[in-house]
Ligand binder design. Structure first.
Ligand SMILES: Cc1cc2nc3c(=O)[nH]c(=O)nc-3n(C[C@H](O)[C@H](O)[C@H](O)COP(=O)(O)OP(=O)(O)OC[C@H]3O[C@@H](n4cnc5c(N)ncnc54)[C@H](O)[C@@H]3O)c2cc1C
Length: 424
């Protein structure tokens, strides 16, 4: 079969890998000039490693991802350093990177709250019944079982940070998925995620997959004359699309009304992430990930000092810091210039390190995406579009369909492989 795949993100690439192995003639169309999609990176000439546009790491529990890496023979390039994650309480940062540290966190007080926090955590690790949890919002469930104090200290800031005005609407299965499937150890690829994407793309090309970079597809139509599908006028027997649901709807308006309605009804958050190269380290204590409580007036959700995860030696001695946020479309950050955003962020950097000076900043990069985080509402499983669309030969696999899991490269690999099995 002649197969087209739209998107050289992890989902598209792994589907191409499996379909090529099954003997099909596979072409990937990728709008950008590089592979890797949302998990791609960039590099300065004096850096040996790339930096992700949107901070990324793997969890030790990312079995689909780690299995793919093994299959590609790249397992010796995956590293799991031991960075420090911290959480704020009364203007002081406390370690928050293990179950023990979470239990010791003073923000929870003593006695009953700690016990409730522990039991809720344990229950969510053990139960597999996410179907029951998707019937209720995380807000209601946590208020009831973890209690007001634990919820407001631990979970509400995360929900507000990720989902803004939707935070009371997100279902409990989303929080379950994060706690059920994630470990605390964080990993990365030697050379950065872009290095992995480039090596993966090379292996695909070696196997005979054609990757057309810089090729943004405008339309997919039924090919009336020969059957199959037409991708910008080129014939294919089957097509897999791995873009956002709204783009899928635009690409293929011939999809039946009900499927289109389903695609367009899905809600998601965008993201704006600033990367800075600094002359000095921002965190004197060597912290990697700061869980920032946005409701306390910080202009971003996460502050991540990447060079407290991997060595600054890979970046010519530059200290790399990310400041990022999940935002609803139309938020002012999407319109602001990079300089305006920096001016907005600078007072916050001073809170992390009072010695921070504007002239520490060597260079900044700002990356924005409209499609960063699907928003799962109550009863969400009913809203997930089928991978096999009602048009024969046309398939769709996106971040919005990995539910009940939260989006992530691991689940892009899982759904890409599932789509390939269905197409084979
Ligand atoms: C801020 C942020 C932080 C994240 N952190 C992590 C993390 O720590 N760990 C983790 O595992 N995951 C993380 N993720 C999620 C992860 O990046 C995604 O789940 C994963 O990359 C999705 O892969 P995909 O192949 O489904 O889609 P994408 O990577 O979005 O790939 C889709 C591809 O389609 C291309 N495309 C779009 N339109 C067209 C067109 N018309 N024609 C041709 N090509 C087109 C795009 O350019 C893109 O390359 C994060 C995401 C964000 C936004």
């Amino acid at each position: 079969m002649k197969i087209a795949i739209l998107g050289a993100g992890y989902g598209g690439m792994v589907a191409a890998w499996d379909l090529r192995k099954a003997g099909h003639d596979v072409t990937i169309f990728e709008a950008a000039n590089y592979a890797g999609g949302l998990a791609s990176g960039f590099k300065e000439p004096h850096w040996d490693w790339s930096v992700e546009k949107f901070y990324h790491h793997w969890f030790q529990s990312d079995s689909e991802m780690l299995e793919l890496i093994r299959e590609l023979g790249l397992e010796d390039k995956v590293i799991f350093p031991r960075p420090l994650t911290v959480m704020l309480h009364k203007n002081k940062w406390y370690p928050f990177d293990s179950i023990l540290n979470a239990l010791l966190f003073p923000g929870l007080g003593f006695g009953l709250n700690k016990i409730r926090f522990g039991f809720v955590g344990l229950f969510l690790r053990i139960t597999k019944n996410w179907q029951a949890l998707e019937k209720v919002t995380a807000h209601e469930w946590m208020m009831k079982y973890a209690g007001k104090k634990v919820y407001e200290q631990m979970w509400q800031p995360l929900l507000i940070g990720k989902f803004a005005s939707y935070y009371k609407d997100v279902n409990m299965a989303w929080l379950w998925a994060r706690m059920h499937a994630r470990t605390t150890r964080l990993g990365t690829f030697e050379g950065g995620f872009q290095k992995f994407a480039d090596l993966f793309a090379d292996k695909l090309r070696e196997k005979g997959v054609e990757i057309r970079l810089g090729t943004s597809i405008k339309s997919i139509k039924k090919d009336q004359a020969s059957g199959g599908l037409s991708v910008d006028g080129e014939h294919f027997d089957k097509v897999l699309v791995t873009t956002s649901p709204s783009l899928m709807a635009k690409l293929c308006p011939e999809l039946p009304e009900s499927y289109l309605k389903g695609l367009l009804g899905l809600k998601s958050m965008g993201a704006v992430v600033m990367t800075l190269s600094l002359k000095h380290s921002l965190s004197k204590e060597g912290y990697y990930w700061f869980n920032v409580p946005k409701e306390e007036g910080y202009p971003f959700l996460a502050l991540v000092e990447h060079t407290n995860f991997v060595s600054k030696e890979h970046f010519g001695g530059d200290h790399i810091v990310y400041a990022g946020d999940y935002l609803e479309l139309g938020h002012e950050y999407f319109e602001m210039t990079d300089e305006q955003l920096l001016e907005r962020f600078i007072p916050a950097f001073e809170k992390f390190n009072p010695e921070f000076k504007r002239d520490w900043v060597k260079k900044i990069w700002v990356h924005k995406t409209n499609y960063a985080q699907p928003v799962p509402l109550v009863g969400h499983s009913k809203n997930i579009p089928a991978i096999q669309t009602p048009i024969e030969g046309l398939y769709f696999a996106s971040m919005s369909q990995v539910y009940p899991w939260d989006r992530g490269t691991n689940f892009a690999v899982e759904i890409g492989r599932k789509a390939a099995r269905m197409m084979n």
